[in-house]
Write a protein that binds this ligand. Structure first.
Ligand code: ZN
Length: 69
């Protein structure tokens, strides 16, 4: 279980839940995901993608990579 309030690994700032745009590069291709659940540091802006959201992103990338073969 992830706490709603967490601290940034880099600057110890407080992170808050937000929906972000996340770009993932793989095999020279670029995948952009919108409205990804994440924790964002209020101080330095570091983005921590939610574990479940990350699994969905990886599953979708796999699908697209396989579809293009
Ligand atoms: Zn930070």
């Amino acid at each position: 279980m992830i706490n709603e309030t967490d601290f940034c690994e880099f600057c110890d700032g407080i992170t808050e839940p937000r929906l972000v745009e996340y770009t993932f590069k793989r095999d020279g291709r670029k995948f952009t995901f919108k409205d990804v659940k994440a924790q964002v540091c209020r101080k330095c802006g570091e983005i921590y993608i939610d574990g479940e959201a990350m699994r969905k992103i990886e599953a979708q990338i796999k699908e697209e990579v396989f579809a293009s073969v």
